[in-house]
Design a binder for this molecule. Structure first.
Ligand SMILES: CC(C)(COP(=O)(O)OP(=O)(O)OC[C@H]1O[C@@H](n2cnc3c(N)ncnc32)[C@H](O)[C@@H]1OP(=O)(O)O)[C@@H](O)C(=O)NCCC(=O)NCCS
Length: 129
């Protein structure tokens, strides 16, 4: 997962952001869960969401595999699982004016504004059952 994350051109980690392989463990095991999409046994996309906060911690597709529906596919089980935990609202932020902003708009997220860091904020409400 970290290999995929480090390969992206947009939403890169800033030098001040210290994320290592070990950083993922609590998001995967304690505060949230993650899903990966593999091609020939190699991870090419992943999504991690926190049921404790409703925050999407990470959603990345390797740049060699963009535009193949993988981002959409890998976020679906995460979204379903988060709502199944009882959350009414899930949310995320992403770099403003990036491809991700267009992706979230296209896949059913609602833009809620630009946050204090200048990032684009999105939310999703629990679907009516
Ligand atoms: C943003 C990202 C997750 C999109 O993944 P992807 O696999 O290329 O997206 P998909 O192929 O699943 O696209 C799903 C839908 O979004 C649309 N879409 C994707 N990028 C878009 C864009 N820039 N503008 C408008 N629509 C877009 C697609 O057309 C598709 O719509 P459709 O279902 O009607 O055909 C991926 O490009 C990525 O990982 N980017 C770098 C890392 C990043 O920015 N992650 C987000 C950090 S919060």
């Amino acid at each position: 997962m970290h290999r995929v994350r480090k390969a992206v051109r947009e939403n890169k980690l800033s030098l001040n952001t210290k994320i290592h392989e070990e950083t993922y463990a609590p998001y995967l095991e304690t505060t949230g869960r993650g899903w990966v999409l593999e091609e020939d046994g190699v991870i090419v996309a992943f999504a991690i969401g926190e049921h404790t906060t409703g925050n999407i911690w990470a959603l990345f597709v390797h740049e060699d595999h963009e535009g193949k529906g993988y981002g959409s596919k890998v976020q679906e089980p995460m979204i379903q699982w988060l709502f199944a935990q009882g959350l009414d609202r899930i949310h995320l932020t992403t770099g403003a004016n990036t491809r991700a902003q267009g992706f979230y708009h296209a896949t059913g997220w609602t833009f809620t504004g630009i946050d204090t860091h200048g990032d684009a904020a999105f939310e999703r409400r629990r679907p009516e059952s």
